[in-house]
Design a protein around this ligand. Structure first.
Ligand SMILES: Cc1cc2nc3c(=O)[nH]c(=O)nc-3n(C[C@H](O)[C@H](O)[C@H](O)COP(=O)(O)OP(=O)(O)OC[C@H]3O[C@@H](n4cnc5c(N)ncnc54)[C@H](O)[C@@H]3O)c2cc1C
Length: 288
């Protein structure tokens, strides 16, 4: 319950935050919504000596459209994602997923940037951002760069971020109008991380799947892009044999932990079921 002691900083600009993170080195951590980091600190599983609170930086907030892409500031909360009409129209999977994350109080504080940067395979947004083929906008002492969500996750709590770097925004090209999407999450109760979950974004043309992305949450050390599963369904009308092959391909790439959510073999099967449900629901929502 009691975290170790730390120094607290509240920079007013991204430039100041980057300088602080560079100057303070490995013992400093950005603090966003605090709803993953503070619980870890209370258990003494994280003991940063310096917390750089990003909450005073207005530039890190907001949802905007720029150059055909949608850009979401890293400090945008999950509640703000749910309330956004722009996202509700352009990428409804974000709202659907946000409503399956945690509970209202956590969603008032927890941010998109914190959720994607955390590196916990239990977080739901990384798989959704991979399905959207999003890019993470990153800044550090060496300057800015963009990292594809699909290449960001390297292991549990191990990401492509270099020491001192922080995520400033997440951007993606909205899927075409008329696309179908679904996020199917199996969990034991509200606020639980997924036993298994699947995100699907697809488009139909003449009743056949023309584009499809399938991603998986919490069935490996990282979120997973189920490329082979998507290849099975592209060009199909999601006939039963196609669905069965896609499910098998998705199950084949899982490597879940055995924990209180059940044994690995069960979680693999649940991943398959989530993929099947997500594909069927996304297709039902898509304009034919
Ligand atoms: C009861 C409970 C239930 C939850 N259930 C779920 C759930 O079902 N699904 C789910 O996805 N999440 C769940 N969460 C986690 C919640 O969504 C977190 O808020 C989120 O994972 C982290 O976001 P944050 O803004 O709180 O980040 P913080 O806790 O502040 O930070 C998390 C980590 O990311 C780093 N970080 C934060 N922002 C940045 C940035 N901009 N750049 C670089 N690094 C950064 C921090 O240094 C820290 O290491 C739950 C949390 C609680 C307390």
């Amino acid at each position: 319950m009691i975290p170790g002691s730390f120094q607290y900083y509240r920079p007013a600009s991204v430039t100041d935050a980057v300088k602080l993170l560079a100057d303070l080195g490995d013992d400093a951590r950005p603090l966003a919504g605090g709803h993953s980091l503070i619980p870890m600190m209370k258990l003494r599983m994280a003991n940063p000596e310096h917390l750089v609170d990003l909450g005073g930086i207005a530039d890190l907030k907001g949802i905007r459209q720029a150059g055909g892409r949608i850009e979401i500031g890293a400090m945008t909360t999950q509640a703000e994602l749910i309330a956004s009409d722009l996202l509700g129209q352009a990428a409804p999977i974000i709202k659907e997923t946000s409503l399956l994350i945690a509970d209202p109080q956590v969603r008032y504080c927890g941010t998109l940037g914190g959720n994607v940067a955390n590196g916990d395979p239990g977080n739901d947004m990384p798989a959704v951002m991979m399905a959207l083929d999003a890019r993470y906008h990153v800044i550090g002492a060496a300057g800015t760069r963009e990292i594809a969500a699909r290449s960001f996750y390297q292991g549990a709590y191990y990401t492509a971020l270099e020491p001192g770097e922080m995520v400033t925004a997440i951007s993606f090209a909205p899927p075409p109008a008329g696309h179908g999407c679904a996020y199917e999450k199996l969990k034991r109760k509200i606020g639980d991380y997924a036993t298994a979950a699947a995100a699907v974004i697809l488009t139909l043309a003449g009743g056949k799947v023309s584009h499809c992305a399938i991603t998986l949450t919490n069935v490996s050390e990282t979120p997973l892009l189920a490329e082979a599963a998507a290849r099975h369904v592209i060009g199909s009308r999601l006939e039963p044999d196609v669905l069965a092959r896609a499910v098998a391909a998705a199950e084949a790439i899982t490597d879940p932990a055995t924990d209180g959510r059940g044994p690995a073999v069960y979680r693999t099967k649940m991943a398959g079921i989530m993929v099947r449900r997500a594909l069927e629901r996304a297709a039902a929502r898509a304009a034919a």
